[in-house]
Design a binder for this molecule. Structure first.
Ligand SMILES: Cc1cc2nc3c(=O)[nH]c(=O)nc-3n(C[C@H](O)[C@H](O)[C@H](O)COP(=O)(O)O)c2cc1C
Length: 457
């Protein structure tokens, strides 16, 4: 077994990740109001010995956005899912632009105790989301682009002080004869007075079970990467392709090392969605069904300009390999074509568009049409993550190549729809990764920090 092991997570969204796959005949959308759908995701993750289940943050109201129509409360979900599992961890997202560090510290410390050390905190900023989180949580000062990171940093700083500096480990004296339950001077006010928060402390929940509840972060700007290197243990990185991803991985690890931290302990885990079946052909059929279930709209001129083709001369069902010269295409071909979605900023710099097209052609087959490519590109702009299509070997090969090339330390998998794909991932891909010596066959730690092998910051 190779020493460096892949880390794997599974996302728990009631409807699955794919904006169109919910229309497949085999998909269930019961998860919109039936919690058992994502409770099962936790059971499946544990069956596969996965590191964690991930729950994102959505505070706005977006009745038209598939994954955000409804979102269960993360902490309640995680504590219930923990009660039906023993080992798998829970990465719970909070929004530092709207939530308060004292309440967050209480929740995460409570979750960490009730789960025996299986909690991690994903800190997002989410001011740029559609759906108006600011309109739902009005009345408070909302940070802007400039202050979201200063507030995010202060947020993590206060959470950490509350968790790790409120109480000494030996606070419990339990001296009944002398009527002294708590050791004298064993607790401390944190007396935090900052730009965004005033918190006295101490926290009224004991210090967490884990010596450091892993902090997870995501973002695309340089500020975001630096935030991770300074304050987080895990980064959900956008996926940039192998060549560019390698350089980005090294850049991030160097920033972590520059802080005197062990770069190996810092985990880089991009997201990926996946269309899997027992055979490649069947997986291709499912994926094509999904991309073709998108409403056929006119392919915009900007798309053909980006690809260097003349739309008046090609039909939408022509094969991509016949009409696009990948060699002469720019790696940033889609940049102008892909404006940020709504007010949301998901500028993914450095992504290699040629590589995404090549990967798609090899996944779907050489008969991939222009219209299918157009639909696919519209999808990646929403997801900032690749769509893997194939059998267990295809997906295991992708994980192995990216892991061994040091593009990533693991993958957070987003099931495109429910039910089925998560089961197939765990029952087909995980055993393949285990056979290749890349993934654990038994849980080797009781805590999420132990499973992820992350540091104390
Ligand atoms: C892949 C990805 C996933 C994200 N997921 C969430 C989320 O679940 N909830 C949220 O409020 N913000 C989410 N964000 C937004 C980030 O927290 C952050 O606000 C945004 O990326 C802007 O920061 P930046 O300018 O550094 O990129 C996500 C961003 C990316 C790139």
């Amino acid at each position: 077994m190779s020493e460096r092991q892949v880390r794997l997570g599974l996302a728990a969204y009631g409807t699955g990740w794919d904006a169109h796959a919910w229309r497949l005949p085999q998909a269930t959308n019961a998860g919109l109001r039936d919690p058992s759908v994502i409770l099962d995701i936790a059971r499946i993750a544990e069956r596969g010995k996965l590191d964690y289940v991930f729950a994102g943050s959505a505070l706005g109201s977006e009745p038209n956005h598939l994954q955000r129509i409804f979102r269960w409360d993360n902490f309640i979900y995680a504590s219930q899912a923990a009660a039906i599992t023993k080992h798998v961890g829970f990465v719970v997202s909070v929004n530092s632009s709207f939530e308060h560090p004292y309440l967050t510290a209480r929740q995460v410390a409570t979750l960490d105790h009730f789960t025996g050390g299986r909690a991690a905190l994903n800190v997002v900023f989410g001011i740029d989301r559609n759906g108006g989180p600011d309109l739902n949580l009005g009345g408070n000062a909302i940070p802007d682009e400039q202050s979201k990171y200063t507030r995010g940093r202060e947020f993590v700083e206060v959470v950490n002080k509350l968790l790790y500096s409120s109480w000494d480990d030996d606070f419990l004296l339990d001296d009944r004869a002398n009527n002294q339950l708590i050791r004298e001077n064993s607790w401390h006010r944190i007396n935090h007075t900052g730009e965004h928060f005033q918190v006295r402390g101490p926290l009224n929940v004991p210090p967490p079970t884990q010596s450091r509840v892993p902090v997870v972060q995501v973002g695309t700007s340089d500020d975001s990467v630096q935030f991770g290197a300074d304050l987080a243990q895990v980064r959900f990185s956008p996926y940039l392709g192998v060549e560019r991803g390698k350089a980005e991985y090294q850049r991030i690890k160097d920033l972590v090392a520059a802080n005197g931290r062990d770069p190996e302990a810092f985990k880089i885990l991009p997201g990926a969605t996946f269309y899997i079946a027992g055979t490649k052909r069947e997986a291709q059929r499912i994926y094509r069904n999904v991309i073709n279930s998108q409403v056929t709209e006119e392919i915009p001129r900007a798309f053909s300009v980006a690809l260097g083709i003349d739309l008046s001369r090609v039909r939408n069902n022509e094969r991509v390999v016949d009409i696009i010269d990948l060699e002469s295409l720019s790696p940033t071909a889609f940049d102008d074509f892909l404006p940020p979605l709504g007010t949301e900023k998901r500028h993914i710099h450095n992504r290699d568009d040629r590589e995404s097209i090549r990967t798609l052609v090899s996944a779907v087959g050489e008969d991939l049409t222009l219209r299918e490519l157009y639909h696919h590109v519209q999808r990646i702009r929403q997801a900032a993550q690749p769509a893997l299509v194939g059998d267990a070997n295809t997906i295991a090969d992708w994980v192995q190549e990216n892991f061994e090339e040091r593009v990533l330390d693991g993958v957070q998998f987003f099931p495109p729809y429910h039910r089925g794909p998560a089961d197939l991932l765990v029952d087909l891909v995980v055993p393949e990764l285990q056979r290749r010596g890349l993934f654990r066959t038994e849980y080797e730690s009781d805590t999420l920090q132990g499973l992820l092998a992350t540091d104390n910051g």
